[in-house]
Design a protein around this ligand. Structure first.
Ligand code: HEM
Length: 118
């Protein structure tokens, strides 16, 4: 069975999606402060592998558990909602079909409890 990862062009597409995702996040006054002091290149590398994994690609995600990675950040529900909206828009702009966007967003929604701690 073809994975979403293969369907949408593999690492080249995922990498483009992730870069556009963070470009928009850093333009948001709500979100930018959370990422002050984060090593963006490392973050982009992890996020690329994570999204590739969610799409069924070959990359092994070797970063910390999501709960541990976000625990000290006191992320609000509002901030989470904004990140999710940016991701959805980025996937749509990359030409992903609505049903596939819904699949990915369902997985993201499932991680809300691990990420939102404020
Ligand atoms: C489902 C939603 C999310 C997913 C799947 C996700 C995924 C990740 C991943 C894979 C990492 C890297 C962990 C590591 O390096 O070990 C990370 C780190 C980080 N995330 Fe998220 N994230 C999500 C939501 C958010 C939100 C809503 C915010 C802020 C508003 C946020 C802010 C950060 C920051 C600042 C880091 C760096 C932490 C550090 O280096 O100490 N994330 N995230």
């Amino acid at each position: 069975m073809t994975t979403l990862f293969d369907k949408y062009g593999g690492f080249a597409t995922v990498s483009k999606i992730v870069r556009e995702f963070y470009r928009q996040i850093l333009q948001s006054p709500t979100l930018k402060p959370y990422f002050q002091g984060a090593n963006m290149e490392r973050l982009i590398d992890h996020q690329t592998k994570f999204i590739a994994h969610v799409l069924g690609g070959p990359a092994e995600y070797t970063g910390r558990e999501l709960g541990a990675a976000h625990a000290r950040l006191a992320i609000t529900g509002e901030a989470f909602g904004e990140v999710a909206a940016i991701l959805q828009e980025t996937l749509e702009d990359a030409g992903m079909e609505p049903a596939d966007v819904a699949t990915v967003m369902g997985i993201v929604a499932g991680a809300r409890g691990d990420v939102v701690t404020a």
